[in-house]
Design a protein around this ligand. Sequence first.
Ligand code: AHM
Ligand code: MG
Length: 334
Amino acid sequence: MKPISLTRYLIEEQRAGRINADLRLLIEVVARACKSISHSIGKGALGGVLGDAGTGNIQGEAQKKLDVLSNEILLEANEWGGHLAGCASEEMDDPVKIPNVYPKGNFLLLYDPLDGSSNIDVNISVGTIFSVLHCPDGVTDPEVEHYLQKGSTQVAAGYTVYGPSTLLVLTVGNGTHEFTLDREMGSFLMTERDMKIPEDTKEFAINMSNQRHWEPPMKKYIQELLDGKTGPRGKDFNMRWVASMVADVHRILTRGGIFIYPKDLKDPSKPGKLRLMYEANPMSLIVEQAGGASTTGLQRILDVQPTALHQRVPVFLGSKNEVEVATRYHLEAQ
Ligand code: AHM
Ligand code: MG
């Protein structure tokens, strides 16, 4: 049977009353922008888009040309559609207001335009992550405080992977579904409905080079996995680390695993590397909708009350039973 298109999926969700026309349009526009990003990335060195932009973002990270380009593509695609009240990005210090020449809608869009950007220049998968929130009632010019909503209030979340094929994984709160870009047709087609993360796993993803900086519960947890058959699980574990969260999370959605980016003591001022609002929250909704779990090591990520737009959090997500053990060790050490 021919797979259904993203457009048809969204229309069916609208008919079922799970999304409204504005949210459908918003997701279509984000998907269209991601196609354009995919196209630019696909050109590689021939498109003159590789390398550093020579600028930095609010987090002091050097921006790649493709970070800047992807951010612009998403901004331009979304600002005139009439479905957004505002948007915020990893690459911009402050949220962007919708220019007064365009109508405003009721949604807030947050995104990491190009996640895993250290991988761009070496031709390894990267992606876009996005989160959609309601703009609070009566607010027409949203400020930072209006974006600081718990992840559990997200109305949609998704990511793309620009890899051997371009994928879009999406949830509107009714399961997690995968769409693959048909490059000839130019449309996303559903290639997996209701993705499910196995509860148990034999695979973990973590940057092991930080091991000496970890806190004791983190060291204890990973040591158990490394002990393999002679450890408490009685089985050997495999390790994978792409260093693109989109690719690591996609592997976990496909065949299970636990992904961890913990707090470490290398830079005690940082409570983790990944950003809550446009990395951890959307990925957590996607993972929970696929039957997995996601915590900071101490609490469910979707329950964290954000205090800043670019706030960082530790992230433990994936196969439920392993996330539970790692979280228990951290809670016991409190
Ligand atoms: P980015 O948004 O600046 O690309 O950073 C986030 C990325 C994640 O995709 C990935 O999981 C992590 O950083 C890799 O970090 P490290 O290089 O420390 O292994
Ligand atoms: Mg990122």
